[in-house]
Ligand binder design. Structure first.
Ligand code: KIV
Length: 260
């Protein structure tokens, strides 16, 4: 199982692998297969069918994090702090402490760069391990109006580098870079000494993260350019269901071997 120090040592080495999980069953399949599992607030969309991540609550995140920790006891688990749960230092400490007290998560993840550095500092000073998240930050979708790729000009690139450095200085041990132009994500990775985990940010980061339902082909509403389907999960499930329905209707199932 990964530790914070082994994750830090993975900087400039074999890329770290991260996948999201929301339940014990899939987490048990992912257990020990990847370096880290993220209980992302993306569950609000792919699991809860909501239009964005913003209405995920801390109770919901704690419920799913518990399930994932039980399913994958040998994997480093990160719990996403949902929107509105780290608006100031006191609130953040109270809520992140709940994650540590009520689950076995190893770390929490917080969206935001320079503007959230003081929050990250408070948590790390209170022994809570933090993963940062900069670039395209899904929790900003309503205030920004849409999901926008970041790092499209030099001003944005310099701001992102500032953000990454602030997150590192505040004590985060790892940094997610989402939806950033690949050349800028590379510059960010070179500017900090903590490992960077990219999503939609090219292949020069120190690791990659994908949402499980995207990479296994279960989320069919749309397929962002940056994801790759390693399995046609929904198609396979439909094929299995067709076979089940057909066998039940023709009394082929249950057969003798399924009967007491
Ligand atoms: O919520 C999530 O799944 C995430 C990843 C996309 C990094 O934050």
């Amino acid at each position: 199982m990964r530790t914070i120090s082994s994750i830090k040592k993975a900087k400039n080495s074999t890329p770290l692998t991260v996948i999201t999980a929301y339940d014990a069953l899939f987490a048990s399949i992912f257990n020990q297969k990847v370096d880290m599992i993220l209980v992302g607030d993306s569950l609000n969309m792919s699991f809860g069918n909501k239009p964005d991540t913003l209405c995920a609550t801390l109770d919901v995140m704690i419920y799913h994090t518990n399930a994932v920790c039980l399913g994958a006891p040998d994997t480093f688990i990160i719990c996403d702090m949902p929107f509105g749960t780290y608006t100031d230092k006191k609130t953040a400490l109270k809520n992140a402490s709940r994650v540590y007290q009520e689950t076995n998560a190893n770390a929490v993840k917080i969206e935001g760069g320079v503007q959230r550095a003081h929050i990250i500092k408070t948590l790390t000073e209170n022994s809570i391990a933090v993963v940062g998240h900069i670039g395209l930050m899904p929790q900003f979708v309503r205030s920004e109006g849409s999901y926008k790729i970041k790092g499209k000009n030099e001003e944005e690139a310099l701001q992102l580098i500032k953000d990454a450095k602030a997150v590192e200085e505040a004590g985060a041990f790892c940094l997610v870079i989402e939806g950033v132009k690949a050349d800028v994500a590379k510059r960010i990775s070179e500017a900090v000494s903590i490992p960077t985990i990219g999503i939609g940010s090219g292949n020069a980061t120190d690791g990659q993260v994908l949402v499980w339902s995207d990479m296994l082909g279960f989320y069919e509403k749309f397929q962002p350019k940056f994801t790759k389907r390693y399995l046609q999960g929904a198609d396979l499930v439909r094929q299995a269901l067709d076979e089940y329905v057909q066998e039940v209707q023709t009394r082929k199932f249950p057969a003798k071997e399924h009967t007491y």
